[in-house]
Write a protein that binds this ligand. Structure first.
Ligand code: ADE
Length: 238
């Protein structure tokens, strides 16, 4: 997968793209990320990317011309580019959206700042508007990183064991079951016996039930969107 990021702060991404599993994925070439400085697409001496909003009001708006040039030139790099604008007005990111986006060959992510981008760019060149949640951050850079981390985990080979991605929260539509490691007894708090039993069928049942219990307690609305078995329903009814 190829991801182009259009930003006025390419330096923002330097460290996050070097560390952890994302850094490794980039090194291995499982994913390619290209940072594109929007100012490189300005044609004026001062490389101005923004201007005042027509009609008045606070803040500045990204001008259409540099964005138009940047997006159209990047789109030519592949047969099926998909242009995503990160904005608080977009559909709120969830695992399903991340899964859909992880299937794309070529993503172009636009990081806005200030009051956003000229509406005519949204109307003509943007395929999807995505928000990382119902709150406002300074700009699309941190939102792009969130989106990239969600997507990268789903690319085969990025996370060592496929199993660990599938068992994470949300991949089954439920929250993840609780995890324990050594020591077996931590200040008198014991690891549940079943996890030490070696009985894999019993462990599966225990974990499924814990996932159901936690989801019901913390995020009950998720249960309505999840495919539940008769056994799950029986458990929840008790
Ligand atoms: N830019 C500012 N706030 C944002 C949000 N919540 N999601 C995506 N981009 C943003």
């Amino acid at each position: 997968m190829q991801i182009d990021i259009i930003t006025i702060f390419p330096e923002y991404f330097e460290s996050p793209l070097k560390v952890g599993l994302l850094g490794k994925a980039l090194q291995k070439g499982l994913l390619e990320i290209n940072l594109v400085n929007l100012r490189d697409f300005c044609q004026d001496k001062h490389r101005v990317v923004d201007d005042e909003p027509f009609g008045g009001g606070e803040g500045m708006v990204f001008k259409p011309e540099p964005l138009y040039r940047a997006i159209t030139s990047l789109k030519q790099k592949s047969k099926s580019p998909w242009v995503v604008y990160l904005s608080p007005q977009g559909e709120v990111l969830n695992q399903k959206i991340a899964e859909e986006l992880s299937q794309k060959q070529h993503l172009i992510l636009i990081c806005g700042r200030y009051e956003g981008i000229d509406e005519r760019i949204k109307e003509t060149l943007i395929d999807q508007e995505v928000s990382i949640g119902d709150y406002v951050v300074f700009g699309g850079e941190v939102a792009s990183l969130v989106l990239i981390e969600c997507i990268a985990r789903l690319i085969p080979g990025v996370v060592g064991k496929k199993d660990s991605v599938e068992k994470e929260s949300f991949s089954s539509g439920l929250l993840k079951y609780p995890c324990y490691t050594r020591p077996r007894d931590f200040m008198g708090l014991k690891v549940p016996e079943v996890l030490l039993s070696g009985n894999h069928a019993a462990i599966e049942v225990y974990r499924r039930q814990k996932s159901l219990e936690l989801t019901l307690k913390k995020r009950p609305h998720l249960l309505r969107q999840t495919l539940l078995s008769q056994e799950d329903l029986n458990f929840l009814a008790n």
